[in-house]
Write a protein that binds this ligand. Sequence first.
Ligand SMILES: NC(=O)c1ccc[n+]([C@@H]2O[C@H](COP(=O)([O-])OP(=O)(O)OC[C@H]3O[C@@H](n4cnc5c(N)ncnc54)[C@H](OP(=O)(O)O)[C@@H]3O)[C@@H](O)[C@H]2O)c1
Length: 253
Amino acid sequence: MSVLERFRLDGRVAVVTGASSGLGVDFARGLAQAGADVVLGARRVDRLATTAETVEKEGRRALAVATDVADPASCDALVVAAVEAFGRVDILVNNAGIGTAVPALRETPQQFRSVIDVNLNGCYWMAQAAARVMRPGSSIVNISSILGLTTAGLPQAAYAASKAGLIGMTRDLAQQWTGRRGIRVNALAPGFFRSEMTDEYQPGYLDAQMSRVLGGRLGEPEELTAALVFLTSDAGSFVTGQTLAVDGGFTVT
Ligand SMILES: NC(=O)c1ccc[n+]([C@@H]2O[C@H](COP(=O)([O-])OP(=O)(O)OC[C@H]3O[C@@H](n4cnc5c(N)ncnc54)[C@H](OP(=O)(O)O)[C@@H]3O)[C@@H](O)[C@H]2O)c1
């Protein structure tokens, strides 16, 4: 197999959560371009239908499934639907997430718990459901954040805790599953990429952060998707338990 062929995902089936907007749409498109059929999960099914069209335009099959990752039964149902439609699950991209910024002395238990429920617990329910059906050679990628590794000037205890927790979970699931089940588990820690989440920042916030980005700019979604294809394909076959920051150098400043 040539080195470029190692990046191909032909014949694989990928599940992408949070595929109704932002990076999840780019991930679905990129995985389809690499050859995978893609199962799309999120709450807004109308938006998932649009992502499904994007996948089909790349010549691959798509399935949209209404999913709330905070509900373990909904995560199980997404994986069952994937297996019923396409026969297997080889790749899970745990991308669904919510972002909040609430000063710690004002944050309510409900606010804190809701972020952990989606960003951390949701990834665990999805990983459990997927690993039960995955065969050796499969790959899980958890979408963490630079906020799991450092701070960025906003009051984001819940978000940072969820994303740092995801890095620990990645390490442990890799330990449990790579040798015994042949499932690699890695995380991506994106820096700043424009999306509905980053559109909610106050004017000037992103510009102010750019001084900490060695590259001096926002990331392009394709730059993150390329790293995702590396981790999910045979190109990354000896990489497991790792967190790869794709951040233009933010976390080394
Ligand atoms: N953009 C960045 O710069 C950046 C940087 C670091 C990390 N990230 C991470 O990247 C991931 C994608 O974020 P984004 O920037 O693309 O934001 P986004 O456009 O707001 O997308 C978030 C996605 O998560 C889904 N989601 C939220 N709650 C959900 C739930 N309970 N069940 C199922 N799906 C749910 C949303 O779909 P529905 O509302 O339809 O359910 C949406 O598709 C997140 O995990 C985020 O933390 C982003």
